[in-house]
Design a protein around this ligand. Structure first.
Ligand code: UDP
Length: 373
């Protein structure tokens, strides 16, 4: 194919790639070619209506939340958003208790009657282990919730999810989950928490629906590379080690998930959108999509998440070894900037970004490269 008419080449139609494609096409009137290996846009946010009429996510639930005003403004250009405050329950000792740990969690699991923030702070003070600067996820959990809650709610979940001991993982992994000293049971703390009213795929369609943007699905960059002609800038959002032909030996590992979807001829399967199973079953959690989307239907679809090393790369695994290997690729990536090749997104930065951080990084990169705007 002749690709010489394009100014900008973007590899991957997830959040990072779609944002850059949209910005270059809309703001700078550049001709953009977006190559996507899969048969759909939207990256891991991709959702669709299944045979039973339920809007589900192919790669697991994506709950949008942000404190970045510019990101919130940006995503509102492409969709209406339905306010949705995410809550998670965890099945522990036969009870369903809130995660993050809050007063209700502690009262239920320890049969206590804590009623105020002050009492909860006192309880945590007695229970947690004082560790300044936790060095790994185990220390992070011990310092936040103490030994018993760590063992009941975090230890086994983390081992299932990552196939690593929490002591081998960066403190940031369990550090994603705060601890609440109140009855507040929302999963996230950001001021903007919402879901795109018609789903994520529709949002991406709106982002990419521009005469300057050509999307080629089912197109692998590594077979197209030779045909790309002269471009101004290339943005790569795939695995960084693959781009550099794994030149530093070992592959950067990504944890994956096998989703087992089940549809039931009943209105709801469980009482909440997400129920975690830290200690029971091989899956980590069950997601019921209708609780997220607000769809009204007589049937319901759920997915069980089985973490695995095979399959699509979802989660960079933040161990010391992987971080050191990534740093070598990062140096290569920095050198590529002089050839106008940039690495952006979760796979290319080998970093466990949330959706809003992915939007933010792409928007920031666009601004950095185009300071005149
Ligand atoms: N986690 C846990 N127990 C829980 C929920 C989370 O141990 O009930 C740990 C686990 O290591 C997980 C991490 O906290 O990978 C981050 O959880 P989050 O819900 O943010 O994971 P994601 O939704 O990104 O898979």
């Amino acid at each position: 194919m002749d690709n010489s008419q394009y100014d900008i080449i973007v590899i991957g139609a997830g959040i990072s790639g779609s944002t850059l494609a949209e910005r270059y096409a809309t703001v700078l009137n550049k001709k953009v070619l977006l190559l996507e290996k899969r048969n759909h846009i939207g990256g891991n946010c991709y959702d669709f209506i299944n045979d039973d009429g339920v809007l589900i996510s192919k790669y697991g639930a994506h709950i949008f939340h942000t404190s970045f005003e510019d990101v919130w403004k940006y995503v509102n250009k492409f969709s209406e958003w339905r306010p949705y405050v995410h809550k998670v329950l965890s099945y522990v000792d036969g009870n369903l208790v809130p995660v993050p740990v809050n007063i209700t969690t502690v009262n239920k699991l320890f049969n206590l009657g804590i009623k105020s923030e002050k009492e909860m702070i006192d309880w945590l003070d007695k229970t947690t282990i004082k560790i300044n600067n936790p060095k790994n996820s185990e220390e992070m959990a011990l310092s936040r919730v103490g030994k018993v809650l760590y063992e009941k709610m975090f230890k086994k979940y983390t081992e299932k999810q990552w196939d690593k001991k929490p002591s081998e993982l960066s403190p940031a992994v369990i550090g994603r989950i705060p601890v609440r000293t109140t009855f507040n049971d929302s999963y996230f703390s950001d001021p903007h928490q919402a879901l795109p009213k018609y789903g994520y795929t529709k949002l991406f369609e709106r982002m990419l629906n521009h005469p300057n943007i050509t999307v080629k699905l089912n197109t692998d960059y590594f077979t197209e590379e030779k045909n790309l002609g002269n471009f101004e800038t290339l943005f790569f959002t795939g695995p960084i080690d693959q781009f550099f032909s794994y030149k530093f030996g070992e592959k950067l590992r990504y944890r994956s998930i096998r989703f087992e979807f089940e549809t039931y001829d009943q209105e709801y399967f469980q009482s909440n959108s997400v129920v975690n199973y830290p200690n029971d079953h091989e899956y980590t959690r069950i997601v019921e999509y209708k609780h997220l989307t607000g769809q009204i239907l007589p049937k319901t679809t759920i997915s069980k998440e089985y973490p695995t090393w095979e399959g699509e790369p979802y989660y960079p695994v933040p161990t010391k070894e992987n971080q050191e290997l990534y740093e070598k690729y990062k140096k290569e990536a920095e050198k590529s900037e002089k050839n106008n090749i940039y690495f952006v997104g979760r796979l290319a930065n080998y970093k466990y970004f949330n959706m809003d951080q992915a939007f933010k990084n792409a928007l920031n990169l666009f601004e950095r490269l185009n300071p005149q705007i």
